[in-house]
Write a protein that binds this ligand. Structure first.
Ligand SMILES: [Zn+2]
Length: 183
């Protein structure tokens, strides 16, 4: 990974362009060069104020990437992996499912919401979740990041994230149901 890359991400699979520099397996999480927690706190708050991300909590970037990894784990566990990453093939043996976990992820990466749905997503999750690149995967992560972070007081969970989802408009809940169905 380039030393000055300025974002965080979770790879669904071994990416060819990362293999030379960093032969890490699928579900690996990468973080930008983190200076200190104060820096993360300020940057997260700034993103939230600019309505780019869904929560000002300093754990937001970590929870977001962790949720990507959890979603991959859920899909690969249930449908098998079926791609080329040796680590994931060993971790998630073939289940003779059609589509395979790899194909489900590839399919999700290409799905996008309508303009009307995106207007609602913008109101609740911010601009990042409306971008077309990997949109279903990003909405999954950003939705649960928001409801987990909004349930926290400091680092203690004081509310139920599911209850917070239930307080959103029905149309938004339908979008969440759709992106969580994985197919
Ligand atoms: Zn993401």
């Amino acid at each position: 990974m380039k030393k000055n890359s300025a974002y965080n991400f979770c790879i669904p699979d071994s990416k060819a362009n990362l293999i030379d520099d960093n032969p890490l397996p699928g579900r690996s999480i990468f973080f930008e060069n983190i200076i200190n927690l104060k820096y993360i706190n300020e940057k997260t708050e700034e993103s939230f104020i600019q309505k780019y991300t869904s929560s000002p909590h300093f754990l937001t970037p970590f929870i977001h990437e962790w949720l990507h990894s959890i979603q991959l784990d859920f899909i690969y566990n249930n449908y098998g992996y079926g791609g080329k990453c040796a680590y994931l093939t060993e971790q998630y043996p073939d289940k003779s499912c059609k589509p395979t976990g790899f194909e489900i992820i590839a399919n999700l990466q290409n799905k996008k919401l309508s303009l009307k749905e995106n207007m609602l997503v913008y109101d609740i999750l911010g601009k990042y979740a409306t971008l077309p690149f990997n949109q279903y995967l990003e909405i999954f992560s950003e939705t649960w990041t928001k409801f987990i972070c909004d349930s926290l007081s400091g680092t203690q969970i004081v509310k139920n994230p599911i209850e917070l989802l239930k307080e959103t408009p029905k149309e938004f809940q339908n979008i969440v149901r759709k992106i969580c169905s994985f197919k």
